[in-house]
Each structure stands twice: as C-alpha cells, then as structure tokens.
Design a protein around this ligand. Structure first.
Ligand SMILES: Cc1cc2nc3c(=O)[nH]c(=O)nc-3n(C[C@H](O)[C@H](O)[C@H](O)COP(=O)(O)O)c2cc1C
Ligand SMILES: O=C(O)C(=O)c1ccccc1
Length: 372
C-alpha cells in the first residue's frame, strides 16, 4: 500500500480526490470502493438524480448566524450528515476504521460502524471516545451470533442499530470479479467475528485455520431467508432504536412503520447491489409521503456536496449519510484525509444553507426546491 502521507494540499472536490485515491492505492481496493454493480446505471443515477432538482433561493432573510444541525433519535448530527457504514476499511489504509472514526470524532460527526470491519466494534468505540456512534448489523443466519453482536454494541456505547436489508446476497460487481478481488476472502472484514464468543464457539477444531475461519464467516454473515416478522426478535432483545437501511419502496416504508422501526435509511447501497434500481433521491418523495413525519428518514447514495444535502432535506430526509467520499480521503491520507473531506463538506453545507437564504437546516422544506 502506498498511501500519500505528506503535507501536500488536498483538493477541494471529491472527483479530484477520487483521482488521487486511484493513484494512492492498489487497483483491487480502489476499484472495490469506486465501482457499482452491473452496468453501474444506478451508481450514476444516484449522483445524476440531484441534477433533476433545483434549489430556488430566498433573499433578505438575515443569514448571519446559522445552525446546520439536526437531531435523529437523540443523536446530534452537527451538519446533518453522518458517515455511512463502510466495511473492510483496512484495504484503503492500515488504520482503517480507527482513522475514519477519529476523524469523525474530531468534528462530532456520527459514525456508523459496519459488521464487516477490519477492527472490532470495541476498538472502534475506543477510537471514537465519547463521540456518537451507531452499529450497522448484517443479520447473521445464526441468530445467536446476531444477538451477541447487538449485546456487544450496547456495551460499547453504540446508541442505535442499523439493520441493512438490501444485502441478502452480494450484488454482481463485475469490475471486482474481473480483478478477482474479494476483501472478505482476504479476511479483511473478520474482526467482529473472531472477537465474538458465540462465533468462536461455532469454530470448534478449525479456530486456528485462517481459511476455515473465513469460510465460516462467509457462511454465516448474511440471512437471505429473513422476513418482516423476524424484526420482532431483535426488538425483543434490545432497547436500542432500530433503523432499517435499504428501503426504496413506499410500501416497505409503511411496513417499517407497522413493524415498529424507529427510523429508515433510503439507500440502494451506493449502486452496489441491484443495478437498474431507482436512485435514492427519486425514491425519497413517496417514502416521505408514506412516513408522514412519524419516524426519521435518512438518505444515502450520491451525496457529494452541500447542495445535495439541502435537496435531500427539502424532499423529506431528516439527515443524510456519506459513503465513498470519506473513503477516498482515507485512501489518500488516513485520518487527515478523512478530516479534510469532512471539513470540506461541513463548510459546503453551511455555505449552501446561507445561500439558500435560510439560517436553520430545520427550515429547509419543499418551498425551496423545484423539479427540473
Ligand atoms: C467500500 C464500501 C463498503 C461498504 N460496506 C457496507 C457495509 O458493510 N454495510 C452497509 O450497510 N453498507 C455498506 N456500504 C454502503 C454504504 O453504507 C452506503 O450505502 C453507500 O456507500 C452510499 O453511497 P455513496 O457511496 O454514493 O455515498 C459500503 C459502501 C462502500 C463504497
Ligand atoms: O461492499 C459492500 O457494499 C458491502 O456491504 C460489504 C462490505 C464488506 C465486505 C463485503 C461486503
């Protein structure tokens, strides 16, 4: 790995940073973060969807003092965005999630730790100190492993569980297949399993055989047989709020309400799962209509700049999550690179709010946006 760790000036646009990341790390991991599934139609649609909406700014509103924050289930999002769960971050930088967690903590930006991390959820919690954190659960087909991870997340101070539902199986990522690149098979997303007492108890004699451990993780990590009724199990075993990630259909938004979800995340996994599926921003308005303000709605997939956050808020999102951009910062310069990306977006969001003619993010609504 050849991360550029120096005092060089980092660029103030994500597309330039993406190019630097491509030059900083090997082709396999770079393609892993950049690519989407199939023809990458949804990957492109996620970004392009923001061009279908225009902000209609207002003037003479005294925007001298501003507040871009929002609250989601008792967690403060200082700039209305948090970091999306991204697994296997040690393929981008040796410090992996510890670097991105420290950068998030520096700005008080909420961090969502994936199940498939390179460092354990406890190590990530230590890197975060008192900074806000949620745990993203890949519900295992072994329910005891699932519940064990939820218990560990509670103990380590995670204040919500995000259950990702769009990954019943992995999407068809052609460019990764062409590179024969699979971080999981390299054992890069194993930390939460090998540190789990229930998972360990499942290993028996094979606990010292790395390949056997990886195979066991791959065997248990997803649960394609899951149904809505299974959500009751988790609600019976934790008092933490539950958010459902990967909702795109308004009927599912209604079901989420019916089954007692505390929040939803409108997401297509950054165009990495079903290619050809709807962009997150296009999916948002009917979902906001179905939810009627009953529970918070987060959105990810395609957020790159401050105006994107204004548009998502105007169409009904409470807050948004950032995926690839912070990973590009991580690949280029570790914690400092992630800090750079966060600082840049924090400023861009503040500037965008002021120039929309509003002083509070909570004032952003449908009246400041128009469809092209
Ligand atoms: C390298 C990479 C790894 C990811 N790993 C996970 C994961 O472990 N769990 C999860 O729920 N989503 C995962 N995602 C999806 C993100 O949480 C998020 O939905 C997506 O990146 C948002 O789109 P954006 O990259 O356009 O911002 C991953 C995304 C990337 C790029
Ligand atoms: O790549 C992903 O989108 C993802 O969710 C993931 C993360 C780590 C390992 C395997 C899949």
């Amino acid at each position: 790995m050849t991360n550029l760790i120096s005092n060089i000036e980092l660029p103030h646009s994500i597309s330039l940073l993406e190019k630097m990341a491509a030059a900083s790390i090997e082709k396999g991991p770079f393609t892993y973060v950049q690519s989407g599934s199939g023809a990458e139609n949804t990957l492109r649609a996620n970004v392009n969807a923001f061009e279908d909406w225009h902000i209609v700014p207002k003037v003479l509103n005294d925007v001298s003092i501003r507040d871009t924050s929002t609250q989601v289930l008792g967690t403060k999002f200082p700039s209305s965005f948090g970091l999306a769960p991204v697994g296997v971050q040690s393929i981008f930088h040796a410090d992996g999630e510890l670097a991105s967690a420290r950068a998030a903590a520096h700005y008080g930006v909420p961090f969502i730790a994936s199940t498939l991390t390179s460092y354990s959820l406890e190590e990530i919690a230590t890197a975060l100190g008192k900074s806000p954190r949620w745990f993203q659960l890949y519900w295992s087909n072994d329910i005891e492993i699932t519940l064990s991870m939820v218990r560990r997340a509670e103990v380590a101070g995670y204040s919500a569980i995000v259950i990702t539902l769009d990954t019943t199986i992995l999407g068809n990522r052609e460019r990764d297949l062409n590179n024969s690149y699979s971080p999981l098979k390299l054992g890069k997303g194993s930390a939460n399993y090998i540190n789990d007492p229930v998972f360990q108890s499942r290993l028996g004699d094979s606990s010292s055989n790395d390949q056997a451990v990886i195979k066991k993780i791959v065997d248990v990590m997803f649960a394609p047989a899951l149904t809505w009724d299974d959500l009751r199990t988790i609600k019976n075993h934790t008092s933490l709020p539950i958010l459902l990630k990967g909702i795109l259909h308004e009927e599912d938004a209604r079901k989420a309400l019916h089954y007692g979800a505390d929040g939803i995340i409108v997401s297509n996994h950054g165009g990495r799962q079903l290619d050809g599926c709807i962009s997150s921003l296009e999916a948002l308005p009917p979902i906001a209509e179905a939810i009627q303000g009953n529970i918070p709605i987060l959105l990810d997939s395609g957020i790159r700049r401050g105006p994107d956050v204004i548009k998502a808020k105007a169409l009904g999102a409470t807050a948004v999550l950032l995926g690839r951009p912070f990973v590009y910062g991580l690949a280029v310069a570790g914690e400092q690179g992630v800090r750079h990306v966060l600082n840049h977006l924090i400023n861009d969001i503040d500037i965008s709010l002021a120039l929309t003619g509003l002083s509070l993010m909570e004032q952003v609504n449908y009246s400041v946006i128009r469809k092209k």
